[in-house]
Design a protein around this ligand. Structure first.
Ligand SMILES: *[C@@H]1O[C@H](CO)[C@@H](O)[C@H](O)[C@H]1NC(C)=O
Ligand SMILES: *[C@@H]1O[C@H](CO)[C@@H](O)[C@H](O)[C@H]1NC(C)=O
Ligand SMILES: *[C@@H]1O[C@H](CO)[C@@H](O)[C@H](O)[C@H]1NC(C)=O
Ligand SMILES: *[C@@H]1O[C@H](CO)[C@@H](O)[C@H](O)[C@H]1NC(C)=O
Length: 213
């Protein structure tokens, strides 16, 4: 009994509204842009009681203009005429999937601003709210940023690889040379020893190593 109540309270006290990552979206003027809004609630959406609206705000200090809302009579989204958008805004979501996204067509500089998504999913009494800031740009950020990063990454990688390779080669050469030197020295030593052995053969003494001399 107690557990059940707790679960209900925990679950239904949260109304999550999700918009875009970082709450901002860039759009190139003249193109279309999707302004996402989805929500999560433990209550099933009841079209007879569902309440939501989209409002636009030029800046934080300006008044909010409602331009779209959910209509419980037609059980769908309705566009409210505004001078700003005309019919350049369309519903682009899916009510069955709690997706209330819209799409803005032929984006104009004046469309830049804050877009609010307000939701009340009765019997949940908490109003969900999300906002997104739309920035209208005249040029898409050049993709060269990533190209340069890749180029730098590749060249750094290439240089590193070359460096490592040359180090390995140098080491190998040195090792080889050293070994040659060593074998030369050894041969010399052996020759010397042989010579000494030959020289000392008669005395039968243990032949002294060169270091001991
Ligand atoms: C976007 O804006 C630029 C600069 O204001 C303009 O030259 C261009 O024609 C616009 N593009 C579209 C598709 O409206
Ligand atoms: C629309 O959103 C506003 C927030 O600006 C909210 O106060 C209001 O209750 C909402 N209206 C409807 C009809 O959903
Ligand atoms: C909003 O108003 C405050 C003071 O009321 C002001 O300091 C701020 O600069 C204004 N912001 C914008 C974006 O106009
Ligand atoms: C926009 O949403 C964020 C949380 O995502 C909130 O902190 C901020 O106050 C909201 N801005 C406005 C103007 O409602």
């Amino acid at each position: 009994m107690c557990v059940c109540v707790c679960v209900c309270v925990c679950c239904c006290s949260g109304m999550d509204v999700t918009m875009a990552n970082g709450n901002r979206v860039n759009a190139l003027n003249g193109t279309s842009v999707k302004i996402p809004c989805t929500f999560n609630s433990c209550y099933k959406m009841d079209p007879n009681r569902f309440v939501m609206n989209w409002t636009y705000q030029e800046t934080k200090n300006d008044t909010k203009e409602m331009f779209m809302k959910f209509d419980s009579k037609s059980k769908g989204m309705v566009l409210l005429r505004t001078d700003r958008f005309g019919d350049r805004v369309v519903f682009d979501g899916n009510l069955d999937k709690k997706d209330l996204s819209i799409k803005l067509l032929d984006v104009q500089v004046e469309d830049q601003g804050l877009y609010h998504c307000y939701i009340i999913n009765h019997p949940d009494r908490i109003q969900g709210h999300g906002n997104i800031t739309l920035y209208v740009v005249h040029e898409l950020p050049p993709p060269r940023d990533s190209t340069i990063a890749v180029a730098i990454g590749a060249s750094v990688g290439g240089v590193l690889a070359l460096l490592i390779l040359s180090m390995v080669v140098v080491k190998c050469l040195r090792h080889h040379k050293k070994q040659e030197l060593i074998s030369e020295e050894k041969m010399e030593e052996e020759e010397k020893l042989e010579a000494e052995v030959v020289a000392e053969e008669g005395t039968k003494n243990a032949y002294p190593l060169p270091e001991d001399v």
